[in-house]
Design a protein around this ligand. Structure first.
Ligand code: NAD
Ligand code: UDP
Length: 319
C-alpha cells in the first residue's frame, strides 16, 4: 500500500485530497495545525484503518515514522482575509514549511507535489496567464506575504529538484470552490452564498468589473492526481478558463439562491488583481486534463452544502 502525507489535510482542498487518496487505496497521513482548517472536514475518515491524523505545525521540523512514497504540501492560509490576519505564519509555512517538507521528501526518497497559486502572477499584465509569464507582484503590498511565500516555494522546490534530485511537482491552482469552504473565510464564493442565505445584500468590491475563473473542486483534484503521477517537473496551471466578472457572478448567485437581495459596492482591496484566467494548454497536453463541471452545476452542489449548515454556523461571525 502506497503511503502519502497530505499537509493542510483539515482544510478545504486538503480534505478532498485525503478522500481521493483514501479511496484510491493509499495509506493517508493527514497533517494540520488547524489554524484555518476544521477537523469536521475529515472526521468521517477517522474510523478508517488507512487514515491517520497528526496535529502539527509544518513550519517546525516534520517527523513521520517509516517509509513514505508521496507528499502533497497544501498547508497554508489561502484566503486574503486569513493571510492578512496571520501574515508571518503565511510566510513561514510557504518558506520554512516547504523547506521542511522538501527535506522530508529527500530523506524518504518520496515524490513531493507543492500547491502553488495563480497569485504568483500577481495583478497580471498578460491575459490569460500561461506558465511562462513571470508575474506582476508587489512584494511589500498586503498580498505580498502570500504571493512571495508561494514564489519562494516554487524556487526552493526547483532547487531541490535540480541539486538534490528530489522528484518534485508544482501545481499553480486558480480560484477553486466547492463544499467545505469556510463560510466566513472571506472568499467570494462562500461570502456571496452566505449573504444570500442570511438575506443580506451581496458585497461587491470595487465596481465588480474585475474577473475570476472558478474551478469546481472535483476537477481540481483530478488534475492534481494526474500531475502527481506524470513525470513533468515544471509548473502546471490547473483551473477553469470560464471567466466572469464579479458583478455578473453576484447576479448569478442571486438567481441561483432565488433571493431578491441587492448588490452593494465596497472599496476594492489593495492590489486586488483586476483579471484572472488560466491558460490550460499545458495541462491539456501533458495531463490530458480539462475541467468537466459547469459553474451552474458546481455552484448547485456548493449551495446544497451551505444550505445544510446549522443556523448557528450560518450566523457565526469570525471577525
Ligand atoms: P484552507 O485554509 O481551507 O486549508 C489550508 C489548511 O492548511 C488549513 O487546514 C490550515 O489549518 C492548514 N495550515 C496552515 N498553516 C499550517 C501549518 N503551518 N502547519 C500545518 N497546517 C497548516 O485553504 P485551501 O483553499 O484548502 O488551500 C489549500 C492550499 O491550496 C494552500 O496551500 C493554498 O495556497 C492553495 N491554493 C488554494 C486555492 C483555492 O482556490 N482554494 C487557490 C490557489 C492555491
Ligand atoms: N470579492 C467581492 N466581495 C466579497 C469577497 C470578494 O467582491 O465579499 C471579490 C474580491 O475583491 C476579488 C474576487 O471577489 O476581486 C475574488 O476574491 P477571493 O477572495 O475569492 O479570491 P482572490 O482575490 O484571491 O482571487
Amino acid at each position: 500500500m502506497k503511503k502519502i502525507l497530505i499537509t493542510g489535510a483539515a482544510g478545504f482542498l486538503g480534505s478532498h485530497l485525503c478522500d481521493r487518496f483514501v479511496n484510491e487505496g493509499c495509506h493517508v497521513i493527514g497533517m494540520d495545525n488547524l489554524i484555518t482548517g476544521d477537523l469536521k472536514n475529515i472526521e468521517h475518515l477517522f474510523k478508517l484503518k488507512n487514515f491517520e491524523f497528526y496535529n502539527h505545525d509544518v513550519s517546525k521540523f516534520v517527523y513521520v515514522p517509516g517509509n513514505l512514497d508521496y507528499i502533497l504540501h497544501f498547508a497554508s492560509p489561502a484566503s486574503p482575509i486569513d493571510y492578512l490576519k496571520i501574515p508571518i505564519q503565511t510566510l513561514k509555512v510557504g518558506s520554512l514549511g516547504t523547506h521542511n517538507l522538501l527535506g522530508l521528501a529527500k530523506e524518504k526518497n518520496a515524490r513531493i507535489l507543492i500547491a502553488s497559486t495563480s497569485e504568483v502572477y500577481g495583478d497580471p499584465l498578460v491575459h490569460p496567464q500561461t506558465e511562462d509569464y513571470y508575474g506582476n507582484v508587489n512584494t511589500i503590498g498586503p498580498r505580498g506575504v502570500y504571493d512571495e511565500a508561494k514564489r519562494f516555494q516554487e524556487s526552493i522546490t526547483m532547487a531541490y529538484h535540480t541539486y538534490h534530485k528530489v522528484e518534485t511537482r508544482i501545481v499553480r491552482i486558480f480560484n477553486t470552490y466547492g463544499p467545505r469552504m469556510r463560510l466566513n473565510d472571506g472568499r467570494v464564493v462562500p461570502a456571496f452564498i452566505g449573504q444570500a442565505l442570511r438575506g443580506e445584500d451581496l458585497t461587491v468590491f470595487g465596481d465588480g468589473s474585475q474577473t475570476r475563473s472558478f474551478c469546481y473542486v472535483d476537477d481540481l483534484v483530478e488534475g492534481i492526481y494526474r500531475l502527481l503521477f506524470s513525470d513533468y517537473v515544471y509548473p502546471v496551471n490547473i483551473g477553469n478558463p470560464n471567466e466572469i466578472t464579479i458583478r455578473d457572478f453576484a447576479e448569478e448567485i442571486i438567481k441561483l439562491t432565488g433571493t431578491d437581495q441587492k448588490i452593494i459596492y465596497k472599496p476594492l482591496p489593495v492590489n486586488d488583481p483586476l483579471q484572472r484566467q488560466p491558460d490550460i494548454t499545458r495541462a491539456k497536453k501533458i495531463l490530458k486534463w480539462e475541467p468537466k463541471t459547469e459553474r451552474s452545476e458546481g455552484m448547485k452542489r456548493t449551495l446544497e452544502y451551505f444550505k445544510n449548515l446549522s443556523e448557528e454556523e450560518l450566523y457565526k461571525s469570525e471577525h
